[in-house]
Ligand binder design. Structure first.
Ligand code: UDP
Ligand code: MG
Length: 233
């Protein structure tokens, strides 16, 4: 199988039909063999019903359902465990990420030999104050602490060689720093691609102000793991 598309989702009922149709179109145009793994992270809307309906018409769609909302990291982790494709792509369900980026993200893994390629939302379509400025600060701090030269650690759109996702565990809120987990696991060939970012078409963001607290606590984790992780206490 060429590709696994891993999509964590929480209350994204409006986006799922459009998103899966768009992915299908890109897969067919490029003649990729693929699976779409949708992880329903305890949605309380009709997301799971819609996944079941989509599966009737497309047997490449697979669903995993959590009984409650565990968070984006555990959702990604389950997706990584289930993935069978040679290249694994993660993307958000809200259509802020464009499926048209998938072929190039895959090519950079297969032909250029990257372990990971991380999307960079160079031009963002989120409200400026609440996201762009804190995000710049987080990224600068994450770059310093991890020594990984990425502009946009938290971008949901990334591609991985299969061996990477099978070697890491995404726990806590570490979905923001998956490239750091990969580096700790010995994968150093980390690339970046500028990707198109789109405004959220349906629904609302699922992360409130808690993102700053949790994002900061994980930075602290990165700092200490980087400093002491390989040395005796
Ligand atoms: N998400 C999830 N579990 C959560 C919160 C979010 O699976 O507890 C999913 C969400 O449905 C979306 C992705 O993670 O597919 C990114 O979330 P969101 O778009 O709300 O974040 P933002 O783009 O505002 O950073
Ligand atoms: Mg979003």
């Amino acid at each position: 199988m060429d590709l696994s598309i891993v999509i964590p989702l929480y209350n994204e009922e409006e986006s799922l039909p459009e998103l899966s149709a768009w992915i299908e179109k890109v897969m067919q145009e490029n003649k990729f063999s693929y699976e779409i793994i949708m992880i329903d992270d305890g949605s309380t809307d009709r997301s799971w019903k819609i996944i079941e309906q989509l599966r009737v018409n497309n047997c490449n769609i697979k669903g995993i359902k959590f009984q409650r909302n565990y968070g984006k990291s555990p959702a990604l982790n389950e997706g990584f465990k289930a993935a069978q494709g040679d290249v694994v792509i993660t993307m958000d369900a809200d259509m802020q990420d464009s499926p048209d980026e998938i072929p190039e993200l895959r090519r950079m893994i297969v032909e250029d030999g990257f372990d990971i390629v991380s999307g960079w939302k160079k031009k963002r379509y989120d409200s400026k104050l609440s996201k762009n400025i804190p995000s710049k600060l987080f990224n600068a701090a994450a770059r310093r602490m991890s020594r990984i030269k990425l502009h946009d650690f938290n971008c949901g759109l990334k591609s991985y060689s299969k061996k990477v996702v099978k070697s890491i565990e995404v726990y806590g809120e570490m979905h923001r720093y998956v490239p750091v987990l990969a580096k700790w696991a010995g994968f150093r060939n980390i690339g970046e691609k500028v990707v198109e970012h789109r405004a959220r078409k349906y629904g609302v963001t699922k992360f409130g102000w808690s993102r700053f607290v949790n994002g900061f606590l994980d930075l602290v984790t990165i700092f200490f793991m980087g400093k002491f992780g390989k040395r005796p206490m």
